[in-house]
Design a protein around this ligand. Sequence first.
Ligand code: DX5
Ligand code: ZN
Length: 215
Amino acid sequence: MIKISPSILNVKENDLENKVKSLDNAGADYIHIDVMDGKYVENTSFGVDTIKKVRKVTSKILDVHLMVRPVQQYIDDYIKAGSDIISFHPEADKNTVDIIKHLNKSKVSSGIAIHPEINIEKFEDLLPLVKQVIVMTVIPGFGGQKFMKEQVSKINQLHQIRKNKSYNYKIEVDGGINNTNKDYCIDNGVDILAVGSYLLSKDKTEYKNTINSLR
Ligand code: DX5
Ligand code: ZN
């Protein structure tokens, strides 16, 4: 069964708790929280306080996507804030293996996120260590961008590597997902869909049907 991870990136701060509760009630499996630092990406978004705030209103899996540089010195703050999964971009820090090992020793699951301009081969040695790999289908930084179809070959590649080597990470796709491109991702082996504007632009009364139709 495909899991849905709504991205709350474009939700206004004062509406955050309400939106998260509605997504929780509508059957979201995860809540995708995009953390941006204005360095790894130009934009800035949520940080530790937002994770704490969201943690208080839902027991769903908090799927934290760090778009920050560097990573290591902040990782304990994100662990303590209540994250369940923390994914980071490995090119944003030189201590990738240490960060993953540290996450694996904590109760938080480790993940890496693959920027559209980076090939899987570059980080293949990390694949046996992580619980999740995010394939980015937009350039990190903003919600509401157009889905980059050619990136889906990475989903297939990760699916094949997992099968051939008996690895057990989950594959998530993130960026521009909607009801017309999700099947292409699912057919190529994705497990989790991060969905921002397509879902969040709808009225909350439509969340449940929309989430179900994406699965
Ligand atoms: C982009 C973020 C995505 C994005 C998803 O940097 O990582 O999670 O917010 O939103 P949509 O679905 O609108 O692309
Ligand atoms: Zn994201």
